[in-house]
Design a binder for this molecule. Structure first.
Ligand SMILES: Cc1cc2nc3c(=O)[nH]c(=O)nc-3n(C[C@H](O)[C@H](O)[C@H](O)COP(=O)(O)OP(=O)(O)OC[C@H]3O[C@@H](n4cnc5c(N)ncnc54)[C@H](O)[C@@H]3O)c2cc1C
Length: 472
C-alpha cells in the first residue's frame, strides 16, 4: 500500500517533538513525513536560548531527538509555507513551489509581541539599530554580538523571558534596567509578595527593576540612544530588548480558511475544522486556552502521535494543568494554579523568610492544592507539582508538603522531569549505574533535556544519593 504524505509545518519545539513521538511509534511505516521550517537551522530547544545569549554555540541547544535515525524524513529548512490549498491538498511555499500532502500538522508557534512606542522604527520602517525582540536563535545571536561590557541596556518586560535575558546581559557587564508595566514581576505566576521577593533577589544581582512603568519614547535617529519612561525619567541606552509576550502565528491558517480565534481552533484530537489538518503548540487553541510553555505542548504532541500513528487512536487531549518550575535569572521559581484564595473556606499557608528572601505559599481547597508558588527555596515544589497535577489529597499537616524529605530518603516515586517524564527511580538507577554528573544523567535518561528546569533538582538528587552512599 502506498504511503500517505504527512507534512509538519513549523520545525520548532512542537514540530520537532511531534516528529520524535511519531518516529518512536514507527509512523514512517504508514507515512512519508516532510517537515517545513521557516528558520534555516535544524530544530533547537528555544527554552535554552539564554545559553546562546551567554556565548554558547547554537549547536549546544539543538533539539536532540531520542530517535537518532531520521533518514526517512525529508526536511525543507529555510522554506516558509505561505498557504495551504485545503481543496487540492497542496502547500504553497515561499519559493513559489506547490507540494501535495494528505495530512498536515500546523505548528507555527508564536512571534514576539512588539508594542507600539514613539520612535521605535526608523524612517525606512525597520526597528532602530539596537532594538531587538527575543524569540529566535537569530535574535539571541544579534543581541549577543551587540552587547558590550559597560554599555546600557533596557529590557522591556519582567516576565520569564525578560528576566532571563536581563540576567545574561548583566553577566556580560552591561548596566541593565528591567522596565515592567505591571505592579510586580511575573504577575501572571506570582502574587505581589512573591513578585517583590523575586525583585529583591534580582536587584541583589546588580540589575535595576522599575515596575509599574513603560516606555513612552525611544530616542535616536537610526539607532537607539535612550528611552523616556511614562513618568518622564530619561534612561540612556544603546540596547533595548523587547520581551513583552507573544502572539500565536495564525496568519497561515487564516489565509487558508482554517477557523481561528486567538489561536487555531482544535478539538480533543488536535484536529482543526478542516479535514486532514491538525494544529499543535503555541499556535493552537484548545478549549479556549492557548499554551505558551513546553509541558502542555509536549502532551499535545504525544496525543497526536498516538492518533496519527494508529498506536492509540482513541487517545484524546483534555487540556493541561499549568505549572511552571523555572530557574529565572538564577533564582528558583515555581508556580501553579490560582494566585490567591477565591472562596471564604480556601486555606492559605505561607512561609516568608525575609532575610534569606525566600517565599513559599500554598492555597488549599477541600484538602486539594489549587495553587502554590515558591521563590528562592524550591523545597516542596516537586511534591506540590505532583499533588496539583494529580489532584492528590494533601497531608493533614500541610507543612509536611513544604518540608519534603531529601530525595535520597523519599519513599514514593514521582516524575522529576515532566517534559520527558523521567521518574525519580530511573534517575537514582542511572546514578547507581555510574552516572556522576547532570550531563551524564541527561544523556542516559533524557531527564533535563526538555525545558531544563529540573536540572537543579537532578543535581540535588545526585548530591543526596552520593552523600547517602558515602554514609552507608
Ligand atoms: C527565550 C525563551 C525562553 C523560554 N523559556 C521557557 C521555559 O523555561 N519553560 C517553558 O516551558 N517554555 C519556555 N519558553 C517557551 C517555549 O520555548 C515555547 O512554548 C515553545 O518553543 C513553543 O513551541 P512551538 O513549536 O509551538 O513554537 P516555536 O518553537 O516558536 O516553533 C515554531 C516554528 O515554526 C516556524 N514557522 C512559523 N510559521 C511558519 C510557516 N508559515 N512555514 C514554516 N515554518 C514556520 C517558526 O519559524 C518556528 O521555527 C521560552 C521561550 C523563549 C523564547
Amino acid at each position: 500500500m502506498a504511503k500517505r504524505k504527512l507534512v509538519i509545518i513549523g520545525n520548532g519545539m512542537a514540530g520537532a517533538k511531534l516528529l520524535e513521538d511519531l518516529l518512536l511509534r514507527h509512523a514512517t511505516r504508514r507515512y512519508s513525513i516532510e517537515v517545513y521550517g521557516e528558520e534555516s537551522v535544524p530544530a533547537y530547544n528555544r527554552v535554552l536560548l539564554g545559553r546562546v545569549l551567554a556565548g554558547e554555540d547554537g549547536d549546544a541547544i539543538r533539539f536532540e531527538p531520542s530517535v537518532q535515525d531520521v533518514s526517512d524524513v525529508q526536511f525543507h529548512r529555510g522554506l516558509r509555507v505561505d498557504q495551504i490549498d485545503t481543496m487540492a491538498r497542496q502547500l504553497h511555499t515561499s519559493d513559489g513551489q506547490k507540494h501535495p500532502y494528505d495530512l498536515a500538522v500546523i505548528s507555527t508557534g508564536s512571534r514576539a509581541f512588539i508594542p507600539r512606542m514613539e520612535g521605535l522604527m526608523t524612517s525606512e520602517g525597520s526597528l532602530k539599530v539596537g532594538v531587538y525582540a527575543y524569540r529566535t536563535l537569530d535574535d539571541a545571536m544579534s543581541i549577543r554580538s551587540a552587547a558590550r561590557a559597560g554599555g546600557n541596556a533596557i529590557v522591556l518586560g519582567g516576565g520569564l523571558l525578560g528576566l532571563e535575558g536581563a540576567k545574561v546581559l548583566a553577566d556580560s557587564g552591561m548596566h541593565v534596567t528591567v522596565v515592567h508595566l505591571a505592579g510586580h514581576l511575573m504577575e501572571r505566576q506570582l502574587d505581589p509578595q512573591a513578585g517583590e521577593t523575586l525583585k529583591q533577589r534580582i536587584m541583589d544581582m546588580g540589575l535595576f527593576v522599575r515596575c509599574g512603568r513603560t516606555i513612552s519614547r525611544i530616542h535616536g535617529d537610526s539607532s537607539i540612544q535612550g528611552v523616556t519612561l511614562d513618568d518622564g525619567t530619561f534612561l540612556p541606552a544603546e540596547m533595548l530588548v523587547i520581551a513583552c509576550g507573544i502572539r500565536p502565528r495564525i496568519d497561515l491558517a487564516q489565509q487558508s480558511g482554517i477557523p481561528v480565534n486567538r489561536g487555531i481552533i482544535v478539538n480533543d484530537t488536535l484536529a482543526t475544522a478542516i479535514p486532514g489538518i491538525y494544529a499543535i503548540g503555541e499556535c493552537a487553541e484548545h478549549a479556549g486556552q492557548v499554551y505558551g510553555m513546553v509541558q502542555p505542548i509536549f502532551e499535545q504532541c504525544s496525543v497526536l502521535a498516538d492518533i496519527l500513528s494508529g498506536e492509540k487512536p482513541t487517545s484524546r487531549y483534555r487540556g493541561s494543568r499549568l505549572y511552571a518550575r523555572l530557574k529565572i535569572a538564577g533564582v528558583e521559581v515555581a508556580s501553579m494554579g490560582v494566585l490567591e484564595p477565591e472562596l471564604p473556606d480556601d486555606e492559605v499557608i505561607q512561609i516568608t523568610e525575609n532575610r534569606k528572601k525566600h517565599y513559599r505559599k500554598l492555597i488549599v481547597r477541600h484538602d486539594r492544592l489549587i495553587g502554590a508558588m515558591f521563590v528562592g527555596d524550591p523545597t516542596g515544589a516537586a511534591a506540590a507539582i505532583q499533588a496539583f497535577d494529580r489532584g492528590e489529597p494533601l497531608p493533614t499537616n500541610r507543612l509536611e508538603l513544604l518540608c519534603e524529605p531529601s530525595s535520597s530518603t523519599r519513599k514514593t516515586d514521582r516524575d522529576v522531569c515532566n517534559c520527558k517524564q523521567v521518574r525519580l527511580s530511573v534517575i537514582r538507577q542511572a546514578i547507581q549505574n555510574g552516572c556522576d554528573s547532570v550531563e551524564s544523567i541527561a544523556a542516559c535518561t533524557g531527564a533535563g533535556t526538555g525545558c531544563g528546569s529540573c536540572r537543579s533538582e537532578i543535581s540535588r538528587i545526585l548530591n543526596d544519593t552520593q552523600l547517602a552512599s558515602v554514609g552507608r
